[in-house]
Design a protein around this ligand. Structure first.
Ligand code: HEM
Length: 135
């Protein structure tokens, strides 16, 4: 992991020519130079996103597992986020299909319910105690 090269957006954006094209997918940097000619979707689309974040373009196509394996083979490093760098669009697509937020919401709701229940019980106990003493 630590041996991975870290590249900033400005470094990546320098590689846009056909012989030297980097793309970013899910905050990882890939050197697509050797694959441009072989891409079944054509070289044009790859060069279009050269030097940029191609996460959305790549995911929109619904690439196969095989395509992802090829992508893995092109990995050269990861994206180093700088302050002020454009926020990646890759943050949301990964979470849209997961049920994470729903179940987390339920967990918090459950806690709140238990807490309210405990407070009510404590209140009732205090009330009964006070009533008893006044008799
Ligand atoms: C280095 C990154 C990429 C790799 C390794 C890659 C790989 C592949 C592979 C293996 C296929 C064949 C179908 C499949 O297995 O899913 C494919 C098809 C395709 N790719 Fe990519 N792709 C990359 C990036 C992109 C990008 C950025 C676009 C932008 C729109 C794109 C658009 C397409 C399209 C439209 C097809 C369908 C071609 C057809 O079926 O006629 N690809 N890609």
């Amino acid at each position: 992991m630590s041996s991975e090269k870290e590249l900033t957006f400005s470094e990546v954006s320098e590689h846009t020519s056909k012989k030297d094209v980097y793309i970013v997918v899910h905050d990882k940097v890939y050197d697509a130079s050797s694959f441009v000619d072989e891409h079944p979707g054509g070289e044009e689309v790859l060069l279009d996103v050269g030097g940029q974040d191609a996460t959305e373009a790549f995911e929109d196509v619904g690439h196969s597992d095989e395509a992802r394996e090829i992508l893995d083979g092109l990995l050269i490093g990861k994206l180093k986020r700088e302050d002020g760098a454009p926020a990646s669009s890759s943050a949301k697509p990964t979470s849209t299909s997961t049920k994470g937020p729903d179940t987390a919401g339920l967990g918090v709701g459950l806690y709140a319910l238990v807490l309210v229940g405990a407070l009510l019980a404590f209140g009732a106990y205090r009330y009964l105690l006070a009533n008893n003493e006044s008799k």
